[in-house]
Design a protein. Structure first.
Length: 304
């Protein structure tokens, strides 16, 4: 196998579609280039290329990693999925945007059709053996947004180590009760679970650190951006509730305050908006953004 790496600073005459430029630079056919892109072999300015029609501009940094002898067939268009959409996928890992209402992993009640089950089924289409996924982190059932899963034990272990070292970038958006007074701040406490797995601050427990910034204030609610420095169970929900601003729709932490006449959705007003981490195999920094859920937009419109 001839593994090659090609770095190129885009010139003025090169500006245009990335697949056209790559085909010219490494003498691949257009269909082979699209296959290379589908298999995660191209980056622009350190961000993975996921669309062969992506435009490159003069001064952009293009990186290609490829096997000169591999045919690189284009992947089939993904079938519609329930519960998630694929944001990025290669042979080592997969990043998805989870819908609310879906458990990440099975619980003691042995629920089926969890996110892990759904993704494994999606990846196993047309294969004899079921795809294996390594769980790196989780989202609550009623929270939507970005999650990464490893597709091998080694990749999963590498990602878990990154999360333990607080290296990944994790940003959330939430609509919380009340008008948050400071424009930004930090909540730091030790969290401990009780018998019902409810979290609360305690003198001893796991350190949890949440940074917040106000994005927009409404009459009696606030849209906030949240950056997780640590990733404890229910961390954002606990911290916002302890501040007196529980996440709308939260029926566990200050449920009375979290109820709002204009938030009539069976979900939390909490969304994992951005996720960034280092690819365990390529060492490239990957960063992904998920669209804001429609419920958020409808709520904002109702507050005007």
């Amino acid at each position: 196998m001839a593994r090659l790496e090609f770095k190129h600073t885009v010139l003025t005459d090169d500006a245009g579609r990335v697949d056209v430029l790559v085909a010219r630079l490494i003498t691949f056919s257009r269909s082979r280039v699209r296959g290379l892109i589908d298999h995660g072999g191209a980056w622009i300015n350190d961000l993975p290329v996921t669309d062969a029609g992506t435009l490159v501009a003069s001064g952009d940094r293009l990186l290609l990693r490829y096997d000169s002898e591999r045919r690189y067939k284009e992947k089939s268009a993904p079938r519609p999925t329930r519960g998630f959409s694929v944001v990025y996928s290669d042979e080592h890992l997969i990043v998805v945007d989870k819908e609310s209402g879906i458990l990440t992993v099975p619980t003691e009640r042995r629920e089926t059709n969890t996110l892990v089950d759904l993704i494994a089924g999606h990846l196993s289409q047309g294969q004899r053996h079921s795809a294996k996924l390594g769980v790196v982190h989780r989202l609550d059932r009623d929270t939507s947004g970005l999650l990464v899963f490893g597709r091998s034990a080694a990749v999963t272990a590498h990602l878990i180590t990154q999360f333990a070292a607080r290296k990944p970038e994790r940003e959330y958006v939430a609509i919380v009760a009340g008008r948050v007074a400071p424009d930004s701040g930090e909540r730091r406490s030790h969290l401990q679970s009780d018998a019902a797995l409810n979290q609360k601050s305690a003198a001893v427990g796991e350190l949890a650190i949440t940074h917040f910034n106000v994005r927009r204030r409404f009459k009696d609610t606030t849209l906030v951006g949240l950056h997780l420095e640590t990733g404890r169970r229910n961390q954002i929900r606990v911290h916002m509730a302890e501040m007196g601003h529980p996440v709308l729709g939260d029926q566990r932490y200050r449920a009375d305050q979290a109820a709002h006449k204009d938030w009539q959705y069976k979900r939390l007003a909490l969304h994992a908006r951005s996720l960034g981490f280092v690819h365990p195999v390529t060492d490239q920094m990957l960063r992904f953004d998920a669209p804001i859920p429609a419920e958020f937009s409808r709520f904002e419109n109702s507050q005007k």
